[in-house]
Design a protein around this ligand. Structure first.
Ligand SMILES: [Fe+2]
Length: 247
């Protein structure tokens, strides 16, 4: 069995320092890795990234992250990623990493993702150049995520995004903003490989649990949704939710 701790939208800045740390200190006893589904900072500054590194660094298990839209706000995403990598974290964007855990190979493919909406109510690549660019951005990201997932040969496969791959985990958000919260193309990418679990954030008012059309369990781990420092999910196990942490 592999135990994955996951959270998203931690939005770390100076005033957040210490909020997550007590629970993070418990991590080695309850999980084998920590995955963070973007919006690591409030406004995407290097200063905030340093706070993020202080709060979530050296937690005793591997930490794998993707960036969120907030982490792009100051156009410093490359420098921000560098700070996190220097702190020992793995930052994914359209690529993948493999962790050896309890004799198993855990593959994690990650990408920020982007918007566009879901079946029956989605943007299409038609008309103005701006709309084609918008949809094309999501298509390119989803393509890279799918290729990264399919390229992994592992015992358990996890997809990590910031934007949502399905609408079910957005329930609670206004319907009008669904196209800005995720895209069905991410769900298709996840379904193109034998993915065991898909984690995302971004939808602070959404719901925790959903499933892709292909049957992959999806979990919205945005901190305001799970209301704790992290949830723990089980892979290579009967039930992905059987061992929720109460931290
Ligand atoms: Fe957020």
């Amino acid at each position: 069995m592999i135990r994955i701790a996951a959270v998203g939208d931690v939005h770390v800045d100076k005033d957040v320092l210490g909020r997550y740390r007590p629970a993070l200190e418990q991590l080695p006893g309850v999980a084998d890795a920590l995955l963070i589904a973007g919006d690591l900072t409030r406004h995407g500054t290097v200063e905030e990234a340093k706070c993020m590194a202080t709060e979530f660094g050296d937690v005793g298990v591997p930490v794998v992250v993707v960036l969120g839209n907030h982490d792009h706000q100051s156009d410093q995403q490359d420098a921000l990623s560098e700070v996190l990598r220097d702190a020992g974290m793995t930052v994914l964007e359209g690529d993948a990493t493999v962790l050896e855990i309890n004799g198993h190979r855990l593959g994690i493919a990650g990408a920020k993702g982007f918007g566009g909406g879901f079946a029956g109510a989605c943007a299409s690549s038609f008309g103005e150049r701006e709309m084609k660019n918008f949809v094309g951005t999501t298509e390119a990201i989803a393509e890279r995520l799918g290729a990264a997932l399919r390229g992994l040969d592992c015992d358990a496969l996890v997809a990590l995004t910031h934007y949502a791959p399905v609408p079910e985990t957005l329930v609670g958000e206004p319907l009008e903003i669904y196209p800005f919260l995720g895209s069905y193309l991410l769900g298709q990418a996840i379904d193109s490989a034998p993915t065991a679990l898909a984690l995302h954030g971004h939808a602070h008012h959404g719901s925790e649990r959903g499933r892709t059309p292909g049957g992959v369990p999806v979990r919205n781990v945005a901190h305001p949704v799970i209301k704790q420092a992290y949830n723990v999910y089980q892979l290579l196990s009967e039930d992905v939710d059987a061992n929720l942490a109460t931290v």
